[in-house]
Write a protein that binds this ligand. Sequence first.
Ligand code: FMN
Length: 401
Amino acid sequence: MMLKDKKIILGITGGIAAYKSCEIIRRLKKLGADVLVVMTENAKKFITPLTLETLSENEVVTEMFPERRFVGVRHVDLAGWVDLILIAPATANVVGKIRSGIADDILTTIVISSKAPVLIAPAMNVNMYENPIFQENLSYLEKLGYRFVEPEVGELASGIVGKGRLAEPETIVAEAVKLLTRKKDLEGKSILITASRTEEPLDPVRYLSNRSSGKMGYAIACEAYLRGAKVTLISGPSNLPPPLGLNFIQVKTAKEMLGAVRSAFRKADALIMAAAVSDFSVSVISKDKIKKGEEKILLQLKPTVDILKEMSKRKKDKVLVGFSLETEDEIKNAKKKMAEKNLDLIVVNNPDVPGAGFEVDTNQVTLIDKRGRAEKLPLLSKKEVASKILDKVSLLLRKKR
Ligand SMILES: Cc1cc2nc3c(=O)[nH]c(=O)nc-3n(C[C@H](O)[C@H](O)[C@H](O)COP(=O)(O)O)c2cc1C
């Protein structure tokens, strides 16, 4: 009974795979979950509420404004009651609506009103699945912290073979179990995370920067939040949307990042500096746009304040985690950096490994602890790398207690 006392809303939408939700209910119930089905009007064309009511042993919620009035505000009550919202199957339509913040039926209104994790299992025709608008919606929601169960490749209802078939009920339920039983080992801890790059202005239109996208830092922030931490994410410019549920602070320059870290550091139990902060800023920022001409231009740079080094002076019992990106002698240099900044853990990136480093969704890192022990991780998704880093941070925080 792994899901005993867990409250799940199973959202069912108008796709041909709606019949598979019966099997999902059956499996969730077998694990002890309390399952409440919320279905869209269109889902009722594919499967009857009676079947779902019988299997879930609960009333099936279908209407925003039922004739028999519910006392109270039902969507708000349900949004607060639930431990997990699972939408399976999810149509292209519902994914688009959630991404756009549309709340025009009871299911989407519960989703927008709830702080519970949302797990979405899309199912649709291959052309719908590959449609760039749908793909963009999916990736946007994923970056906000919504979870997805990838559909499978197989024969679709239309007879075409392609990607879009609902994942097996067994796989969907396994993902739900993973989310519901995940560790809450960072509960009560305040974690300060920096991410992305900084931009150092040269003149009103140009700046000096680097290629960091923020994907690694944002992944750590999302994972830490899901593990119960109170998260402050200080981010330089990034194309990623701010993840849900966090205290998000936007900065631009290294100086601004230093200021933001300084103010948030006192209340933090751990600082994870995943941002690629510029090591230099321009000595004199031109008030006007620097004109193009025949002559060479000499840019004078000055070093920026090393944020981690600065914070290490007021470290006390806080956990400090640094990132290191070296193109040569990476382990030796990382150990030196670690000693200089009194770090508890350093994450060494190697940008030369295919699939690692900036802009991509995967990373290959080596974790080095204070005693110099190095653990080289395989190429993993940034989400998985984030989880490994937080395992170490969690252990370090427990030791300091
Ligand atoms: C026979 C049939 C099968 C459909 N199957 C799917 C599907 O598998 N996935 C999907 O995204 N839309 C599918 N649609 C289209 C949706 O039903 C349509 O976009 C609808 O507006 C979805 O409403 P809902 O998201 O509110 O449930 C199907 C439509 C029909 C008529």
